[in-house]
Design a protein around this ligand. Structure first.
Ligand SMILES: Nc1nc2c(c(=O)[nH]1)N[C@H]1C(S)=C(S)[C@@H](COP(=O)(O)O)O[C@H]1N2
Ligand SMILES: [Mo]
Length: 314
C-alpha cells in the first residue's frame, strides 16, 4: 500500500478464472461435517453456513468479481490484479495451523480439525482498506473466540500473534531481492479484541471456500480495523504476553499502528481517511462515501478502547 495507487483493473487484463484457480481439495476430507460438499466447479467447494445477526444487512454486496480480482496480497505482487493472477501456485492442501505459546493445548492442528467443531456462519461485513477504498463482503467463517476457548489460553496470554505461510517457492512476491515487507507477514490482536464476537476466522466467501487470492484456506477478518489487520493464509497463532510485531508497523511505524482501528478523524500522514471509495461504484460523478468511526461498528467495539487516546494508538 505504500507503493502505488492502482486504478481499477481493465477487463483486458483479466485472465479466465478457471484457468488459474486451484482446486479446493481440503474439502473432500472435511465433507459431511459443516460442509455441503463439492459444488461441481473445479476451483471451489460450496460451504453451508447459517446466517448471522452480526451481518451488515443494509449494504449492497460488492460483486464477487471485484472481491476476487481486486486484492492486496503482497506475497503475490503489489498490483491489485497480481494475487488473482499468481496465487494459484500456493498449495493449500494439506494445511496446518500451529498454535503455540501460552495455551493449555498447543499443537500443530490440521485445518479440518479446526473447522470441524465450528458452526460456519455467513457474516456480511464492510471492509475498509487503509488506502481509502472499501467493499462489502459475505464471508463464511467462525468466531475467533471459539478457537481461542478451545485451546485454553493461560491467564498471562494478553495478545495473539498471527503468521502467514512463508514459502518463496510458491509465492512469487516473497522471492524478490528487495522485499516489500519482512516476510512472513505477521499481525496481532489484543486478547479482548480477539475474543470480540465480530472477530472472524474466514474460510470462505460468497458461499464457497476462499480462493487463494483472498487468503485460502483460512484468514482473519476484523471488520472495525483497516484491512491489513486481516492476515491471510494463516499458519501459526501464538499466544503471547507482549504486544507482537506487525508487518506494516515494522515497515512504516509512523503510518501504520498496531491498533489500526478505522478512524476518519486520524488521517494517514500522506492522505485523508475521512472518506472512501466503495469498489464497484464507478462513474464520473459517484461521490466518495464518508468513513465511519470503527468502520460503522462503534456501537459494538468502541468500549474496547475507552480511556485510550486513539490519536496516539492509531
Ligand atoms: N498475508 C497477507 N495478508 C494480507 C495482506 C497481504 O499483503 N498479505 N494484505 C492486507 C490488506 S492491505 C487488505 S486490504 C486485505 C485485503 O483482503 P482481500 O484481498 O481478501 O479483499 O488483506 C490483508 N491481508
Ligand atoms: Mo489494505
Amino acid at each position: 500500500m505504500l507503493i502505488r495507487y492502482p486504478s481499477d483493473i481493465p477487463p483486458s487484463e483479466i485472465t479466465s478464472r478457471d484457468h488459474y484457480l486451484s482446486r479446493r481439495q481440503w474439502m473432500a476430507g472435511a465433507a459431511g461435517l459443516a460442509l455441503a460438499g463439492l459444488s461441481g466447479r473445479a476451483d471451489a467447494a460450496a460451504l453451508s453456513a447459517v446466517k448471522s445477526p452480526l451481518s451488515a444487512m443494509d449494504e449492497k454486496l460488492t460483486s464477487k468479481e471485484d472481491v476476487t480480482r481486486y486484492n492486496n496480497y503482497y506475497e503475490f505482487g503489489v498490483d491489485k490484479a497480481d494475487p488473482a493472477a499468481h496465487a494459484h501456485t500456493l498449495k493449500t492442501t494439506p494445511w496446518t495451523v500451529k498454535i503455540d505459546g501460552l495455551v493449555g493445548k498447543p499443537a500443530e492442528y490440521a485445518l479440518e480439525d479446526l473447522i470441524k467443531p465450528a458452526t460456519l456462519e455467513e457474516r456480511i461485513y464492510r471492509m475498509r482498506c487503509v488506502e481509502g477504498w472499501s467493499m462489502v463482503i459475505p464471508w463464511v467463517g467462525f468466531p475467533l473466540a471459539d478457537l481461542i476457548k478451545r485451546v485454553e489460553p493461560k491467564s498471562n496470554a494478553k495478545y495473539l500473534a498471527f503468521e502467514t505461510v512463508y514459502r518463496p517457492e510458491e509465492m512469487v512476491g516473497q522471492r524478490g531481492l528487495l522485499p516489500v515487507l519482512n516476510w512472513p507477514y505477521v499481525e496481532g490482536l489484543r486478547m479482548d479484541e480477539a475474543m470480540h464476537p465480530l472477530a472472524l476466522l474466514a474460510v470462505g466467501l460468497y458461499g464457497e471456500t476462499l480462493m487463494n487470492q483472498n487468503g485460502a484456506p483460512i484468514r482473519l477478518v476484523v471488520p472495525w480495523k483497516y484491512g491489513f489487520k486481516g492476515i491471510k493464509s494463516i499458519t501459526r497463532i501464538s499466544f503471547v504476553e507482549k504486544e507482537p510485531e506487525t508487518s506494516w508497523s515494522q515497515q512504516a511505524p509512523g503510518e501504520y499502528g498496531f491498533y489500526a482501528n478505522v478512524n476518519p478523524a486520524v488521517d494517514h500522514p500522506r492522505w485523508s481517511q475521512a472518506t472512501e471509495r466503495r469498489i464497484g461504484e464507478g462513474g464520473l460523478f459517484v461521490k466518495r462515501r464518508p468513513t465511519l468511526p470503527f468502520n460503522g461498528y462503534a456501537d459494538q467495539v468502541a468500549s474496547l478502547y475507552s480511556g485510550m487516546d486513539l490519536r496516539k494508538f492509531y
